[in-house]
Write a protein that binds this ligand. Sequence first.
Ligand code: TYD
Length: 136
Amino acid sequence: MGLENVRIIELPKFLDDRGNLSFFQNCDQIPFNIKRVYWIYDVPGGEQRGGHAYKDLQEVIIALSGSFDVVLQDGNEKKVFSLNRSYYGLYVPQRVWRHMENFSTNSLAFIATDSLFDADQYIREFDLFKKLANEQ
Ligand code: TYD
């Protein structure tokens, strides 16, 4: 799994004069069962979050509010996805280095994953990540 499997998933949207609604549920719109969700908020201007890869964890990242960039690397190539709509989910498979930057004021990053939190899932050193990526 690498950058070639990253993709934007357009989520359903119900446009309504009373306000719009979007959703996703296990395995229908996204390619895994959700075990955990978390969100990142109140990010000060200029800060970055992320900056690691996961050994075996898939995720979907959504800008529920505001905007930010997700920078993805597989050891050789780099791709940047600017998220600014709450109905776009960015699917990121395992073994992709990712960080988030350029958070707008009041942005809200929502992440759904297929795994419970486990610190052992993290690859936090880029050099080790590149080595593992090139061994695959
Ligand atoms: P981390 O994923 O390291 O954030 P970042 O990559 O942006 O630095 O998470 C920050 C802290 O939050 C870390 O101490 C672990 C903790 N954490 C949980 O306990 N559960 C979770 O689901 C997540 C995502 C983080």
